[in-house]
Design a protein around this ligand. Structure first.
Ligand SMILES: CC(C)(COP(=O)(O)OP(=O)(O)OC[C@H]1O[C@@H](n2cnc3c(N)ncnc32)[C@H](O)[C@@H]1OP(=O)(O)O)[C@@H](O)C(=O)NCCC(=O)NCCS
Length: 191
């Protein structure tokens, strides 16, 4: 990395009038197909965690995060990154990092956000590097998370934001993970 230029992108909200551009982007970016309910939900989410990246007037990337209740807290929330994707031709130019920074900076302004988490297919070395560089750590592995892609397993990655503990057991509890770091939950939004 390091040889490609950093591209000067602008950001824009995802709403009902342009959400089909997200569908097109995702079809070119992910090995899983996201269901209609995913595209119905995105425009309803906070723009602090859901954005398009534009270059030259065209959508070249997007991040989609949503706030969720924490199983073990009535006041705190967890922020789940559903997707982050950049078109192949525009990768390794800093766009993914800028999208993630946008979400993380906004998360830090929300005191109720305890942590950010996400799932990554176990063989997705690029994404694992990408998130490690941003300070995310592996906190679990879910076997059989994906129904239609191989390998079907994912890692759960997490980055604390306003978390009042460093106890790994509390973090896995907040994410609904068993403490042995494996589980058999299947994906709900993607297949
Ligand atoms: C993961 C993804 C969003 C990264 O976007 P990107 O715009 O290419 O990433 P950036 O250029 O901002 O890179 C930021 C850091 O990520 C890491 N990274 C990015 N691409 C990498 C690669 N191919 N190999 C190793 N590390 C990589 C680097 O550490 C990089 O930092 P550096 O430039 O200082 O070395 C992009 O590869 C993508 O869309 N992948 C397909 C979808 C996906 O897997 N999404 C994640 C799971 S939801």
């Amino acid at each position: 990395m390091g040889e490609r230029p950093t591209l000067d992108v602008s950001f824009g909200d995802i709403h009902t009038q342009n959400v089909q551009q997200l569908r097109k982007l995702n079809e070119h970016t992910f090995p899983v197909k996201y269901l209609d309910k995913f595209y119905q939900e995105i425009p309803t989410l906070s723009k602090d965690f859901t954005q398009f990246a534009y270059y030259g007037g065209f959508v070249v990337g997007a991040i989609c995060g949503r706030l969720e209740p924490m199983p073990d807290s009535t006041t705190k929330k967890r922020l789940y990154i559903m997707t982050i994707g950049v078109l192949v031709a525009y990768r390794e130019c800093g766009i993914g990092r800028k999208l993630l920074e946008y979400l993380l900076e906004n998360a830090s302004k929300h005191p109720e956000v305890a942590l950010v988490y996400l799932h990554v297919q176990t063989n997705n070395e690029t994404a694992l590097h990408f998130y490690a560089k941003a300070g995310f750590e592996k906190v679990g592995k879910i076997e059989g998370y994906y129904k239609r892609i191989d390998p079907p397993d994912c890692f759960v990655l997490c980055k604390p934001i306003h978390l009042d503990t460093t106890d790994p057991a509390r973090i896995t509890a907040a994410l609904g993970l068993p403490t042995d770091t494996t589980a058999t939950t299947a994906a709900a939004a993607a297949d």
